[in-house]
Unconditional design. Structure first.
Length: 142
């Protein structure tokens, strides 16, 4: 007599799927899209399954994860010591200066946007409070 039990998927299968997902994540959103397109080309149910998985796991609508991972990868490389203390000090000062310039520039853009918004609002208020031209006098003169 055999009994059937509900067993979880094999660990090797889970490992394979997780490795594929991690590999596609490391390549970015374009790799997911290309895989789905190839799935549609070769066997449409595979492409459809990939599309549903990307939507379900929010791969399609998330911010670019590759940009963040690239930035973190580069920042880790940038913070690593080169072994030359003079160069490391120069690199540290330069990176700090660039971060400060970026912060200052973002603040400048924010002030610029606020000034533009205020100008547009003031112009709107001036146009709104300006009296409408009186057309009754022009009509009676004719």
């Amino acid at each position: 007599m055999t009994t059937f039990t509900n067993t979880a998927p094999e660990p090797a299968v889970q490992g394979w799927f997780a490795r594929c997902e991690a590999w596609l994540d490391s390549k970015g959103k374009c790799a997911w899209i290309a895989t789905a397109v190839l799935g549609f080309i070769f066997f449409w149910p595979v492409g459809l399954a990939l599309l549903f998985y990307m939507i379900w796991s929010k791969q399609m609508f998330s911010k670019s994860s590759t940009g963040a991972s690239k930035w973190s990868r580069h920042s880790k490389t940038a913070m690593r010591s080169s072994g030359n203390s003079a160069f490391d000090a120069y690199k540290h000062d330069t990176l700090n200066r660039l971060e400060q310039e970026q912060t200052d520039f973002e603040a400048f853009l924010e002030r610029l946007r606020a000034a533009k918004d205020k100008t547009e609002f003031d112009q709107f208020m001036d146009e709104r409070t300006r009296p409408a031209p009186d057309t009754t006098d022009a009509d009676s003169a004719q």
